[in-house]
Ligand binder design. Structure first.
Ligand SMILES: *[C@@H]1O[C@H](CO)[C@@H](O)[C@H](O)[C@H]1NC(C)=O
Ligand SMILES: *[C@@H]1O[C@H](CO)[C@@H](O)[C@H](O)[C@H]1NC(C)=O
Ligand SMILES: *[C@@H]1O[C@H](CO)[C@@H](O)[C@H](O)[C@H]1NC(C)=O
Ligand SMILES: *[C@@H]1O[C@H](CO)[C@@H](O)[C@H](O)[C@H]1NC(C)=O
Length: 349
């Protein structure tokens, strides 16, 4: 009886493998992630450029069976260190200003022609207050929203705890996003006037681009805001750019895909092994419940001027920051070699 069963299983697996094709015959990621071999799924190893069978249906670290995670061509707007360092950084740092005047001082010293329009404070937000700064620049022809990260350890801990425990809820873009981000977004958008402010500037400067920047907790809000302005028809995709630092996962893989479709010019910068960017942690890399969007920009050796960086062409690439140990918390607030949350205190000089 047992022998018969084994023979039958072997037979079944041969049939299945003939129907689906062997993993090793697949020469590109797209077809690899659709293929299976007997009872095993196939996993694409982008480092090796090869398709291998999984073990018990789960890909080993370094392999993926998600077509969304296949290597992708970079968008027309390619990230440069200069854009990150001389545009995204000052706007993010200015968002830590406690008043518009303080935020403006930071921009005046770093970006000629950039003007703060208004700051928005949302409370309660992850047990504290969240803040966004809305600016515009004739020089760059852009309307810019930047979101600061958590202020103080209490808010930071609460945000991390919420992320780890929290349920996700649907977002109009498609997919589900973490409650902490969704709540904060709607408070900014509907209750404290961010929508009104953006529409006001858009009316004054209809041809301007829309840039969304953020750090840490603020990165999630930059992600939702940039997706939302395209989804709601306020800006077209080609007009929107998003750059974040220290971004956590924002939602599930459906949201990540929706975000990338709506906002193709989107980069999330990771300094060395910033552990916040690995939250919420996952039991295995292909878990779809919590998934990063593209494109990671990894600075493996820190971010002093001239540092090497890699633009990763997979959404969650095992050879980018995922390959480094998450043991050095202090790098989270140091981006582009400045203390991103306190730089505004010295006027960003
Ligand atoms: C993927 O390829 C790299 C480089 O050859 C190798 O080190 C790694 O173990 C491979 N991963 C899997 C899951 O096959
Ligand atoms: C959130 O705020 C409450 C009241 O201020 C405080 O008791 C609690 O410890 C805070 N939670 C965290 C995680 O800091
Ligand atoms: C990561 O940590 C493990 C265990 O502490 C260690 O064996 C490994 O060498 C570390 N890898 C890197 C790249 O630092
Ligand atoms: C900037 O880089 C220098 C040289 O590596 C380092 O000593 C310093 O701590 C860095 N500062 C920040 C805020 O990252």
């Amino acid at each position: 009886m047992f022998v018969k069963l084994v023979v039958w299983l072997c037979f079944l697996s041969i049939i299945l493998s003939q129907v689906s094709g062997l993993c090793s015959e697949q020469t590109d990621c797209g077809s690899c992630t659709q293929a299976s071999e007997g009872l095993e799924v196939c996993c694409w190893n982008a480092t090796k450029n090869s398709c291998l069978p999984s073990l018990l249906g789960v890909c080993h670290i370094g392999g993926t069976r998600l077509s969304y995670n296949c290597p992708t061509e970079l968008p027309k707007f390619v990230y440069t260190d200069d854009f990150g360092r001389s545009k995204a950084l000052p706007y993010i740092a200015a968002a830590y200003g406690t008043t518009s005047t303080e935020a403006q001082q930071c921009l005046t010293n770093t970006l000629p022609g950039a003007r703060v329009y208004r700051q928005y404070f949302a409370s309660p937000c992850a047990n504290g207050t969240c803040s966004a700064t809305l600016s515009y620049s004739m020089y760059d022809q852009a309307i810019v929203v930047s979101f600061r990260g958590a202020e103080g350890e209490g808010q930071f801990l609460q945000a991390a705890t919420d992320l780890l425990n929290d349920e996700k809820l649907p977002f109009p873009t498609g997919g589900n996003v973490y409650h902490v981000y969704r709540n904060a977004f709607y408070t900014f958008w509907n209750e404290v006037g961010l929508e009104k402010g953006i529409k006001y500037l858009k009316n004054l400067y209809p041809s301007y681009e829309f840039w969304a920047f953020g750090h840490s907790l603020g990165s999630g809000m930059a992600s939702l805001t940039s997706s939302y302005v395209v989804k709601s028809g306020l800006f077209s995709s080609e007009k929107v750019k998003m750059v974040t630092t220290g971004q956590t996962r924002v939602g599930d893989i459906k949201y990540a895909k929706a975000h990338d479709n709506l906002v193709p010019y989107t980069y999330r910068i990771v300094n060395i092994n910033d552990m916040i960017t690995k939250l919420p942690t996952k039991s295995y890399p292909d878990l779809e419940d919590s998934y990063h969007s593209r494109f990671e920009v990894w600075y493996p050796n820190g971010m002093v001027k001239g540092s090497k960086f890699i633009i990763c062409n997979q959404a969650e690439q095992s050879s980018c920051s995922a390959s480094s140990n998450d043991t050095m918390l202090p790098v989270h607030n140091s981006y582009f070699n400045v203390s991103i949350n306190t730089w505004v205190g010295t006027g960003c000089t």
